[in-house]
Design a protein around this ligand. Structure first.
Ligand code: PEP
Ligand code: MN
Length: 264
């Protein structure tokens, strides 16, 4: 079902008045994690003012260590839904377990499956039973074939609204957090009809590389970008402040991208 052979035309996912996978590029921006009401409200305002259409933010965070901040949970979902509604943005948040799919879908417009859960088959099967759009992140060691098979689990269950997200893979390089596989963008679009979104934030792990790799992703044909932005990245509650753009950098990126391609 994920294959271009099965479905020759590009899949376009419509969420309210936003189309993902069409001629225009969708930009999703926001913090790694929802931290407080004021934080997500202010960031939502800035995301909207910059011209983006989707607010990102994690309420459930998949942390490498069990003692790290794990996200603020349901309260965070409520805060983000509120901020999205107030500022006229769609919202995307990560869901980590099948049990939380329904509650996350109640609050968010798009559900994100993180890199560490790309092959959490019970989660994928559960996401196949609803119609909420899913942004499926590529496992950091997954081949394109494994990635497309993971998408297949969701599609096979009856949910056609799947986006693929290239977020960088593990290589021998340590300067960058991951290696953003730019070739994955056109390769996945050749193999599949599903929209492909690029994540230059996790794909590089370095703020100064986000702008150039955002532009490179758009040049490579990405249908959208998901970018971390924070008003106070040095004090962010996850380690992802180092890869988060400052609001003025995010606004400038949006202006630069508009010159490259039409944005949603
Ligand atoms: C995130 O988007 O904040 C995140 C945890 O992403 P990934 O699953 O790609 O590491
Ligand atoms: Mn993050």
């Amino acid at each position: 079902l994920a294959s271009r052979d099965f479905h020759p035309a590009d899949s376009v996912i419509r969420i309210k008045d936003v189309e993902i996978g069409g001629q225009e590029i969708v930009i999703m921006g926001g913090p790694c994690a929802v931290e407080s009401n004021d934080q997500i409200d202010e960031i939502a305002r800035l995301v909207k003012a910059s011209g983006a259409q989707v607010l990102r933010g994690g309420a459930f965070k998949p942390r490498t260590g069990p003692y790290s901040f794990q996200g603020i949970g349901i309260e965070g979902l409520e805060m983000m839904a509120e901020a999205g509604k107030k500022h006229g943005l769609l919202t995307i948040t990560e869901v980590m377990t099948p049990e939380y799919v329904d509650v996350c879908a109640q609050y968010a417009d798009i559900l994100q499956v993180g890199t560490r859960n790309m092959q959490n088959f019970d989660l994928l099967r559960k996401l196949g039973t609803i119609q909420t759009p899913v942004l499926l992140k590529r496992g950091f060691s997954a081949t394109y074939d494994e990635f497309l098979n993971a998408a297949e689990y969701i599609l096979a269950g009856g949910n056609p609204n799947v986006m693929l997200c290239e977020r960088g893979i593990r290589t021998f390089e340590t300067y960058t957090r991951n290696t953003l596989d730019l070739a994955a963008i056109p390769a996945l679009q050749t193999l599949s009809h599903l929209p492909v979104i690029s994540d230059p934030s996790h794909g590089t792990g370095r703020r100064e590389l986000v702008e150039p790799m955002s532009k490179a992703s758009v040049a490579a044909g990405a249908n959208g970008l998901i970018v971390e932005m924070h008003t106070d990245p040095d004090n962010s509650m996850t380690g992802d402040g180092v890869q988060s753009l400052f609001p003025d950098q995010f606004a400038k990126l949006m202006l630069d991208l508009e010159k490259l391609a039409p944005l949603v």
